[in-house]
Write a protein that binds this ligand. Structure first.
Ligand code: 5AD
Ligand code: SF4
Length: 461
């Protein structure tokens, strides 16, 4: 698509945030978020919806009249943590019987009414497509004492018109689509988040410009599978290009991708624009074609490697990361070694690695979870250690080179240091100076470990 055609879709004006006066102290809302970045972005949407209805967002749970827990169902552990948290929250309800407690997000969608019947402390249960109903269900609960349950999945809801309330900062999440139609056999997301649907391109551009106007410098476009984004005739590469042109001074990244749909056009688009970060997260899940087939991932390692080769060829200096599941049903030692081989061949800068956790409703739920827990753990340790070594090697290769770093703030480990991020998503620590969050500095790297680069500023832009 040519530039002029895309520009037609870029509105001149950004939406400005309305302000909502808040006087009622019983309207203090506290939201606790678990899980993926999509959930963190959803919490900002929930805050937007609630802010509009006169609720005041607080970071202090002791102050709150309403506690919402935005939950994750991806692995059993994620759910167990929330259930544990609910038992702690009981003490707040004891202190204040009027306190409203809600479970929202994936666990709400999965467990539905059970959350209310089995967990007495829960007053509200809302799935990911029902957040607009929050204010009315809360009003109804307060008026009638009736617990609120709303768990319908939608084919159209994208919250495009909702203005998320974000914390001030340098980086922001921007949700561009919802749901997933991939149905990987291990994954509960298609059941908890429903069918894929994309926001209109104009809405995304409007929001990215607004984020620029609010001072954000690094924006991540979010979706369960951004490569299936479609708005009229525009695909994800078109959207990315339109964003790159709309906010040339803002770094843009995206997550997450599926190898079946990551197009050459997308790689070429990233290569073409300086503000599209040279960073791609492409989950491989397993190095064995046999396991990939059982996982219903719809690609082979050969196909995956071809994409990786194209990425490396067209985007030199690219940073790569992945997701890996270890101990999936029937995984043999041989399959596991194939995963280690893929890791060595691709040389990822980073990886998110998990033990397989069976989830009800999924196809794999009916397969036997036949890899012993100790074997899963041992294999996980092996991939984690291998990845640490590779990350360290790759980070050491940066020593002596210069990178553009956007400063994010004071280092959490030392108040004499600043931290920032490179275009490749690596954390960099530099000595404290008069640089402020949001400043772009050229930094020369002096040393590195598997997680962090350490350097010093050479020039200020
Ligand atoms: N068990 C373990 N890991 C899982 N993931 C998704 N479902 C499961 C599961 N049942 C991982 C995948 C996915 C990431 C977001 O979470 O690696 O890419
Ligand atoms: Fe789950 Fe697969 Fe969809 Fe990712 S692509 S959310 S792993 S079903």
């Amino acid at each position: 698509m040519d530039k002029l055609e895309l520009e037609k879709y870029i509105p001149i004006e950004s939406l400005t945030g309305d302000s909502y006066p808040v006087t009622d102290t019983s309207k203090k809302l506290y939201v606790e978020t678990y899980g993926c970045q999509m959930n963190f972005a959803d919490t900002e949407i929930v805050n937007g919806i609630m802010g509009k209805s006169g609720y005041d967002i607080t970071d202090n749970i002791d102050d709150s009249a309403i506690i919402l827990i935005n939950t994750c169902s991806i692995r059993e552990m994620a759910e167990a943590r929330v259930l544990q948290r609910l038992t702690e929250i009981k003490k707040y309800k004891k202190k204040n019987p009027k306190l409203v407690v809600g479970i929202i997000g994936c666990m709400a969608e999965r467990l539905k009414r059970d959350l209310v019947t089995k967990k007495g402390v829960v007053d509200l249960v809302l799935g990911p497509d029902e957040y607009r109903k929050l204010p009315s269900l809360i009003d109804n609960l307060i008026d009638t004492g009736e617990k609120g349950i709303a768990v319908k999945l939608s084919r159209v809801e994208t919250y495009d018109d909702i203005l998320p309330i974000r914390k001030e900062g340098i980086s922001a999440w921007l949700s561009i689509m919802r749901g997933c139609d991939k149905f990987c056999s291990f994954c509960v997301v298609p059941y908890t988040r429903g069918r894929e649907r994309s926001r209109p391109l104009e809405g995304v551009i409007r929001e990215v410009k607004q984020l620029r106007d609010e001072g954000f410098k690094d924006v991540t476009l979010l979706g369960q599978n951004v490569n299936s984004y479609i708005s009229e005739k525009f695909d994800f590469a078109d959207l990315l290009e339109a964003c790159a042109m709309a906010v040339p001074d803002i770094r843009l990244r995206f997550t997450t991708s599926h190898p079946q749909d990551l197009s050459l056009k997308l790689i070429e688009t990233i290569a073409k624009y300086d503000n599209l970060c040279n960073y791609i997260h492409l989950p491989v899940q397993s190095g064995s074609d046999r396991v990939l087939e059982l996982m219903q991932r719809s690609y082979t390692i050969e196909h995956y490697m071809k994409i990786m080769d194209n990425i490396k060829r067209l985007i030199p200096d690219v940073s790569l990361s992945t997701d890996i599941i270890t101990g999936f049903c029937t995984e043999t030692e041989e399959d596991h070694k194939m995963t280690l081989e893929v890791m060595k061949e691709v040389r990822y800068d980073g990886a998110y690695m998990f033990k397989y956790s069976p989830r009800e409703k999924t196809k794999a739920w009916k397969m036997e979870d036949d890899v012993d827990e100790e074997i899963k753990t041992r294999r996980l340790v092996e991939i984690v250690e291998l990845q640490r070594d590779i990350s360290e090697e790759k980070n050491r290769e940066t020593v002596g080179k210069e990178y553009e770093v956007i400063i994010e703030g004071i280092s959490k480990k030392s108040d004499k240091m600043l931290f920032g991020r490179t275009d490749g998503n690596k954390t960099v620590i530099i000595p404290l100076s008069d640089a402020k969050p949001g400043d772009k500095l050229m930094v020369k790297i002096n040393r590195a470990n598997s997680a962090t680069l350490f350097g010093e500023a050479v020039t200020v832009n």
